[in-house]
Write a protein of this length. Structure first.
Length: 761
């Protein structure tokens, strides 16, 4: 039996039997997550309070029994009330089992184990049809629950910077061994019944790893080959989030890495999608650490948001951001997004209503771009449609006075879908940003921007473009992976009801050529320069199925070619598959450096940001961990880059004048000479992938170059004006202002990350 089998197929059995003496009370078993409560030092403004009120009202109106994934505590409370009112018997058993599932999801793991144990023990000595299948279901739930208990007691409560990164190191092995020991007992019992259950095989390997028993103690027929974890000699990136006090312990969420206070250094804005989960702001203290300034921002009480996207929408020189809400909830997802304005004094204000972008359509993805090249960024929001309701996408055009006008349908953006990702790129080099949407319920869409002759107009590309697959896709981005001056497209597949991430992972281990995995493999669409694209994922070394949620790209080693990090998983507690890092090898192939680099985190991976947080010339990586369920929290990670600045680099802050102030969409071309060979390195300013938040600081790796022979900036304005500089010094941070002839050095010195010596949230 698959570990994803629902309780529904067992109902006919339980109706014939009675289970008694199970007390549903959970008073003595507290969830692992305690929400941080901030006392506001700066009170939210009236408009912020109004939006807090509206978000709370919308969240309160959700029918917890109809909503997927979320509100697990409410579901626990609901089942407890039902159980209290029901007589002992078969009908109560059905509710009791569902109650056990929600206990696990809410974080009451030990109580869930009690419920599943009572069921298992009760049915063990009974005689009935499908007994083996029924007991295997209980054993599966017990194996998963004990493994989650092991994570809570070891990886959460006794967290260190190698926790849950596979292959599990000695430092990360579990101190409290009860959870994994019991998990192994039940998982092996499941495999005795169904030895080809790939999910259970996978979890068994992980459980043995946590106890130091991999590979020797794993039965050979279930073993993940040691060769899979080859390190390739790549340098290890240590997780320093705990040292710096930015290891937020929440659910899935969004990230913005950028300079929010205008001092030139990168700060961290992070969210979690729980409706009571506070937005957090960590300011770079310029001394190698971060200060939690949340209480001083005027954002106390602003909660939720699966994704964040930042830009300077009002051209005042300070970065603003949008919080995206309602994802996955279908007709229950009428939770308004929030446009947050940066006031430039360390405080922020929710201006959603006044700006005219108030919307109650479920979404997790949006993108800022200047679609009409008028010098002000607009925002496109891709919404989610299902058979429970169609939600058209929205294009809000900047009116240059702090307000926006919605023209989505009028501009030709008429298609609906269950859109999980969107990015922009000038795919035909006409200067106008085009749109690519990943669709979890059908073909992916490419909209070509036809310019502004008759107002902003988009045309849906024909099937001949060749970018429609996979049909159940998720994360996406547009980048120039091979530095040929043509933007390419990456889009990842995902899991589904039939194939979970763990199932897909193990199926690929057993048979990498299995055609049944085709829909779950990522696509790397190389731009052919004629309006068509060719998928070269397999040939380039990234054919392995990736159930990607969050993701982003950057340059790990400053060789001038873009690498990427795919953060993986899905809501199920079985779905603890490794996040994957791929290094670009000269624009030809990609090398899997996951395990050598220490990136193989198995907790749920969401938003990812690349940014030079210590301003030492290489990009560090911040990733939001944690799942969809309230009890599936985990600490975020910050991987410090130990290698990038061994190559040459330059960090460039662009400032537009006729272009948008934050220069989103600007294309930078650096011509360099390495060992007598001349080449070009391309970079487009933006926050990167659909589920991530890179810095808008252009952070370019330059390989072994000793200078930039020629540096060109093609500004995102109607005339596509170009700034050109020659013989540019490297290994420094500079600013370039549109229209000015001189490069401005930014007096920013590298810092060394410092371990916190005070209590942090």
């Amino acid at each position: 039996m698959s570990a994803r089998t629902s309780w529904g197929i067992l109902k006919s059995v339980v109706i014939l039997l009675i289970l008694s003496n199970c007390n549903p009370a959970v008073e003595d078993d507290q969830p692992a997550r305690t929400r941080v409560q901030y006392r506001a030092k700066v009170q939210p403004e009236a408009s912020t309070l109004e939006m807090i009120k509206r978000v709370k009202a919308a969240a309160t109106a959700i029918d917890a029994q109809e909503a997927r994934y979320i509100l697990n505590q409410k579901k626990v409370d609901f089942f407890e009330q039902q159980l209290d009112e029901m007589e002992v018997g078969a009908d109560r058993n059905l509710v009791l089992y569902d109650y056990g599932i929600e206990l696990l999801r809410a974080g009451y793991t030990e109580k869930a184990i009690e419920v599943f144990t009572n069921f298992h023990d009760f049915f063990t000595d009974k005689i009935f049809l499908d007994k083996q299948k029924t007991l295997t279901e209980f054993k599966t739930q017990l194996g998963v629950s004990y493994l989650r208990m092991a994570e809570q007691q070891n990886c959460l409560e006794n967290h260190n910077n190698e926790s849950c990164i596979i292959p599990i190191s000695e430092k990360a092995q579990h101190i409290n061994t009860e959870g994994s020991t019991k998990a192994i007992e039940y998982l092996e019992a499941c495999l005795e019944v169904n030895p080809f259950d790939y999910e259970i095989q996978y979890l068994l390997n992980i459980a043995y790893m946590t106890l130091g028993g991999y590979p020797d103690q794993v039965p050979e027929e279930f073993l993940i080959p040691e060769s899979y974890f080859e390190t390739n000699g790549f340098s290890k990136f240590p997780d320093v989030a705990m040292d710096l006090g930015v290891d937020v312990n929440e659910m899935s969420g969004g990230i913005c890495l950028d300079d929010f206070n205008g001092d030139g250094l990168l700060d961290i804005m992070v969210s979690s999608w729980g409706f009571e989960d506070q937005i957090r702001y960590y300011e770079n203290d310029t001394q190698g650490g971060f200060t939690d300034k949340t209480a001083e921002t005027g954002l106390v009480g602003v909660t939720g948001g699966l994704n964040l996207k930042h830009a300077d929408f009002n051209n005042d020189g300070f970065l603003d951001f949008i919080i995206l809400r309602g994802a996955w909830l279908e007709d229950q997802g009428k939770i308004p997004n929030s446009l947050i304005r940066n006031n430039g004094d360390g405080t922020f204000t929710d201006v959603t209503i006044a700006a005219g972008i108030y919307s109650e359509r479920p979404t997790q993805t949006a993108i800022w771009a200047d679609f009409n090249l008028d010098g002000w960024v607009d925002i496109f929001i891709a919404n989610e449609s299902t058979d429970k309701g169609a939600n058209t996408c929205e294009l809000f055009v900047n009116q240059k006075d702090g307000t926006f006008s919605e023209i989505g349908k009028a501009s030709g953006l008429t298609e609906t879908g269950f859109f999980k990702g969107v990015d922009v790129g000038d795919l035909n080099n006409d200067g106008y940003p085009d749109l690519y949407l990943s669709n979890f319920s059908g073909k992916n869409l490419l909209y070509l921007n036809r310019g502004v002759e008759n107002g902003i107009s988009f045309q849906l590309a024909s099937d001949s473009a060749g970018v429609a697959d996979p049909l159940e896709s998720f994360s996406t981005w547009i980048f120039d992976y091979n530095n040929d001056g043509l933007d390419d497209i990456f889009v990842s597949g995902y899991s589904n009801a039939e194939k979970s991430p763990a199932n897909i992972f193990m199926a690929n281990i057993r048979n990498p050529y299995d055609p049944r995995l085709e829909d779950h493999r990522p696509r790397l669409y190389r731009n052919n320069g004629d309006g068509t694209f060719t998928n070269i994922a397999k040939e380039s070394g990234i054919g392995e199925p990736l159930t990607t949620m969050g993701c982003n790209y950057g340059d790990l080693d400053n060789d001038g070619f873009l690498d990427f990090y795919a953060a993986t998983g899905d809501p199920s507690f079985l779905s603890i598959v490794p996040n994957k890092m791929y290094r670009n090898q000269g624009g030809e192939t990609f090398e899997d450096v996951t395990f050598g680099g220490g990136f193989g985190h198995i907790q749920k991976g969401h938003a990812v940001g690349f940014g030079d947080l210590d301003m030492d010339g290489d990009q560090d990586i911040y990733a939001v961990m944690g799942g969809a369920y309230e009890g599936d929290n985990f600490q975020n990670v910050l991987f410090e880059n130990p290698i990038g600045n061994q190559n040459s680099w330059i960090n460039i802050r662009l400032e537009g004048s006729t272009s948008n102030r934050s220069a989103i969409g600007a294309k930078i071309i650096a011509t360099v000479t390495e060992e007598g060979n001349t080449r070009k390195i391309y970079h487009t300013v933006g926050s990167g992938a659909s589920f991530g938040g890179n810095s808008l600081l252009a952070e370019l790796g330059l390989g072994k170059a000793e200078q930039i022979d020629q540096l060109e900036v093609i500004w995102p304005n109607a005339s596509r004006s170009v700034s050109t500089f020659t013989s540019v010094d490297i290994n420094r941070v500079i600013k370039i202002k549109e229209g000015e002839g001189d490069i401005i050095p930014m007096e920013l010195s590298p810092v060394t990350f410092q371990k916190m010596d005070h209590q942090h949230h």
